[in-house]
Write a protein that binds this ligand. Structure first.
Ligand code: PHE
Length: 449
C-alpha cells in the first residue's frame, strides 16, 4: 500500500490554503491575544515574531520536506526517511510525538471550537445586543461552567471536523479551505477598521508594539516559543502529513514563508481588532481564556448591524478553527488508515469519538471539575502546557537535529530545490540556530536566567 495510493493536493493554491488554514485558527485569534496580554504586550510580540521567522519558518520547511519525502503518515514517514538515510528507527518517535500530541490538542481545541460555535448562535439571535461588560463576563462564565451545554457544542464541533476529514483530502479538506480562508482575512481587516475607529487604537498599537522588557522572563519566552510552534502548527504531525500530500513541483521554501507571513499577519490583526476595544472599555478579564469571548460581544452589541457582523465574525472564527482541527485529526487518522486495519471512515470515527471523550474532561474542568488540578493547572491548562511547552519544542528540536545532522545535505538540497544562497541560510538555521535556541529556552526554564 502507501506511496502509490497516497492522496495529493490538486494544486499549489489548494495546498497553501490548507496549510494556512491549519496555521490560522484559534491560536491566532483566541490564544495569541491572551498570551500577549499575559506576557506584557510588546515584549511578548517581538520575541514571538523572532521565533516565528528565525526558528518556526526553517522548521516549517524541514517538517514539510520530511512529509513530502516520506509520502506516508508522520510516524511512517519518519521511519522511512530514517531508514533511507541509514539511521536508527527511534527517529520515528518524532512522528509518534506528533500523532499523540495532535490527538491531545484536538481534544481541547474542539472544546474551544464549540464555544465559538455557540457564540455564532448567540450573535445570530441578538443575544449580544446592548450587552454590558458585566453581562458579557457573566454569559461566558455561565456557559463554560455549565456541565452540559459546552459538551453539546464540543460534540457539534467534533462532528463537523469528522464529517470533513472522512471525505478525504480533495473532497473534504481542500473544499473546506479554499473559499473560507480568504473570506476570514477580509472580515478580519474590516473588524480592525471598525475597532480602530471606535476603540482606542493607539493604546492597542502601543501595547502590541512598544516592548516593556521588564515583563520578559524565561516563562514568557517559553510561552512565546510554544505559541509560535502552536500557531504555525509545527511539530504535531499536521504539517508533516500535509507535506506528504504535496507533489514534487511545489517550492517548499517559498510556501513556508507565505504560510508564516499569513499566520503572523492574522495574529497581529486579531490583536489590533481586539485590544482597541479592551482599552476603550477598560476591560480586564478575570479568565484569560475568555478575552475574545468577553470583549468582542460588547462591540458587536453596540454597533449598527452588530448582530450580522458578530455572526459573521464568530462564524468565520469557527471556520478558521475547523480548518485547523481537520489538520489535527489527520495525523492519527492517516496513521490508523495506513495500518490497513481500518477504512478511512472507521479511522476518522474512532479518533473523533476518542478525542471527544478526552476533551470532555477539559470542558468539565471549567465547571464541575474545576477543583481538579494537575500540577496546579486546570485540565485544559495542563494539556496545553505539555503539548505547547514540552512536546512541540522537543519534537521540533529533534526534527531540526535530524534534518541538520542526520540526513544527507545533498538529498535535502534536491528535495528543496532552493537557490544555493537560501539553502545555505536555511541549513545553517536548522543545523545550529534552531536546536540551540530551543535548548536555551528550555535550559532557562529549568535553571533560571
Ligand atoms: N495552528 C493552529 C491554530 O493556530 C492550531 C494547530 C496546532 C493546528 C498544531 C495544527 C497543529 O489555531
Amino acid at each position: 500500500m502507501a506511496g502509490a495510493s497516497h492522496a495529493h493536493w490538486s494544486s499549489r493554491w489548494a495546498f497553501i490554503m490548507a496549510a494556512v488554514g491549519s496555521a490560522v485558527g484559534l491560536g491566532n485569534i483566541w490564544k495569541f491575544p491572551y498570551e500577549a496580554n499575559a506576557g506584557g504586550g510588546g515584549a511578548f510580540v517581538m520575541v514571538y515574531l523572532a521565533f516565528v521567522f528565525l526558528i518556526g519558518t526553517p522548521l516549517l520547511v524541514a517538517e514539510l520536506s520530511l512529509g513530502r519525502r516520506g509520502q506516508l503518515s508522520p510516524i511512517r514517514s519518519m521511519e522511512k526517511v530514517a531508514k533511507e538515510e541509514g539511521r536508527a528507527n527511534w527517529w520515528s518517535l518524532v512522528g509518534w510525538s506528533g500523532v499523540i500530541g495532535s490527538f491531545i490538542v484536538i481534544s481541547f481545541y474542539s472544546v474551544v471550537g464549540g464555544w465559538t460555535l455557540s457564540y455564532v448562535l448567540e450573535a445570530l439571535t441578538g443575544g449580544m445586543s446592548g450587552i454590558t461588560k458585566e453581562a458579557a463576563e457573566a454569559h461566558f462564565n455561565g456557559m463554560v461552567t455549565d456541565p452540559i451545554t459546552p459538551l453539546f457544542w464540543h460534540a457539534g464541533f467534533m462532528a463537523i471536523t469528522v464529517g470533513i476529514v472522512l471525505r478525504g483530502v480533495e473532497g473534504g479538506l481542500e473544499k473546506a479551505v479554499t473559499v473560507l480562508m480568504p473570506a476570514l482575512f477580509v472580515l478580519l481587516v474590516g473588524l480592525v477598521i471598525y475597532s480602530g475607529v471606535t476603540g482606542d487604537f493607539m493604546a492597542a498599537v502601543n501595547f502590541l508594539f512598544a516592548p516593556d522588557w521588564s515583563k520578559m522572563n524565561a516563562d514568557v519566552a517559553l510561552n512565546a516559543l510554544g505559541q509560535s510552534f502552536f500557531s504555525l502548527s509545527l511539530a504535531l504531525g499536521s504539517i508533516m502529513v500535509y507535506g506528504s500530500y504535496l507533489t514534487k513541483d511545489v517550492k517548499i521554501g517559498k510556501a513556508a514563508v507565505t504560510i508564516a507571513a499569513a499566520d503572523s499577519a492574522v495574529a497581529i490583526l486579531a490583536g489590533l481588532a481586539i485590544f482597541p476595544i479592551v482599552f476603550a472599555f477598560g476591560l480586564t478579564v478575570s479568565k484569560e481564556e475568555g478575552l475574545v469571548f468577553m470583549t468582542l460581544p460588547i462591540a458587536f452589541g453596540q454597533m449598527t448591524g452588530g448582530a450580522l457582523i458578530g455572526t459573521l465574525f464568530f462564524g468565520l472564527l469557527t471556520v478558521a478553527a475547523i480548518t485547523s482541527s481537520i489538520s489535527l485529526l489527520e495525523p492519527s487518522v492517516s496513521y490508523l488508515e495506513e495500518t490497513g486495519k481500518m477504512s478511512r471512515k472507521k479511522a476518522t470515527f474512532t479518533i473523533g469519538v476518542a478525542a471527544f471523550i478526552l476533551g470532555s474532561f477539559s470542558s468539565l474542568g471549567f465547571g464541575e471539575l474545576s477543583d481538579f488540578t494537575i500540577f496546579g493547572k486546570s485540565i485544559i491548562g495542563f494539556k496545553s502546557y505539555i503539548t505547547n511547552n514540552l512536546m512541540m519544542p522537543l519534537a521540533g528540536m529533534f526534527m531540526a537535529i535530524f534534518v541538520g545532522w542526520f540526513i544527507s545535505r545533498k538529498g535535502m538540497m534536491e528535495e528543496l530545490a532552493m537557490e544555493e544562497k537560501w539553502f545555505r541560510i536555511w541549513f545553517f538555521m536548522i543545523k545550529f540556530i534552531c536546536p540551540v535556541a530551543i535548548l536555551i529556552v528550555f535550559y532557562n526554564i529549568v535553571f533560571g536566567f
